[in-house]
Write a protein that binds this ligand. Structure first.
Ligand SMILES: CC(C)(COP(=O)(O)OP(=O)(O)OC[C@H]1O[C@@H](n2cnc3c(N)ncnc32)[C@H](O)[C@@H]1OP(=O)(O)O)[C@@H](O)C(=O)NCCC(=O)NCCS
Length: 160
């Protein structure tokens, strides 16, 4: 088969049974690849619904304040469910320079994790850099770990 024989078109029927079949097979392949609790075909078929063309998200911001009510740090959590289960992301984490090194980011990250637990997310993530050891330690102490998956990104930068 050559690429010239392949046509790609956007799905118009969200409940297309062929697409549902592909998504179920994908989920079964994926769960076989990881050492996580498995749902099995029946549960995956039941939970694979039409692909909603639109979905909403939520922003939740938690602020650390001192006894004088000064805001010292913030963690911004995002929730969204594209139809595959509720996901969480720590979008931003910041502590003012004069309050750093006192465990505030650690407390904020733990609060974020508790929030994700309470909302029963299926998955939560955060983006950071290896050259930010304080952030890595704060996230790790809340239970975030390096992922076993490969994450690839594309940035719409000029020349790329
Ligand atoms: C990253 C940041 C949020 C950390 O805030 P913080 O309140 O100082 O962090 P904590 O005091 O909770 O420290 C977390 C851990 O890092 C350690 N740590 C703190 N500063 C450190 C440094 N400069 N180098 C290495 N480790 C450091 C702490 O000892 C603590 O480790 P422990 O759990 O083993 O005791 C803060 O530096 C910041 O706002 N930076 C700019 C924004 C940023 O980088 N945000 C994260 C983007 S993903």
């Amino acid at each position: 088969m050559s690429g010239a024989e392949i046509q790609i078109s956007e799905l118009t029927d969200p409940a297309d049974p062929d697409v549902k079949h592909l998504l179920v097979e994908l989920a079964l392949d994926e769960e076989a690849a990881y050492d996580h609790p498995r749902l099995g075909r029946e549960a995956i078929v039941a939970s694979t619904g039409p692909v909603a063309p639109v979905f909403m998200g939520e922003n939740h911001v938690f602020v650390a304040r001192d006894a004088q009510n000064r805001a010292l740090g913030v963690v911004w959590c995002v929730l969204f469910d594209p139809g595959t289960g509720l996901e969480g992301e720590v979008a931003e984490l910041y502590v003012v320079p004069e309050a750093r090194g006192r465990g505030i980011a650690t407390l904020l990250c733990r609060r974020a994790k508790e929030f994700f637990q309470r909302r029963r997310v299926t998955f939560a993530c955060v983006w950071t850099r290896e050259d930010n050891p304080a952030a890595i330690k704060a996230y790790r102490s809340a239970g975030f770990q390096p992922t076993e998956q490969a994450v690839l990104t594309w940035l719409p930068l000029p020349g790329r």
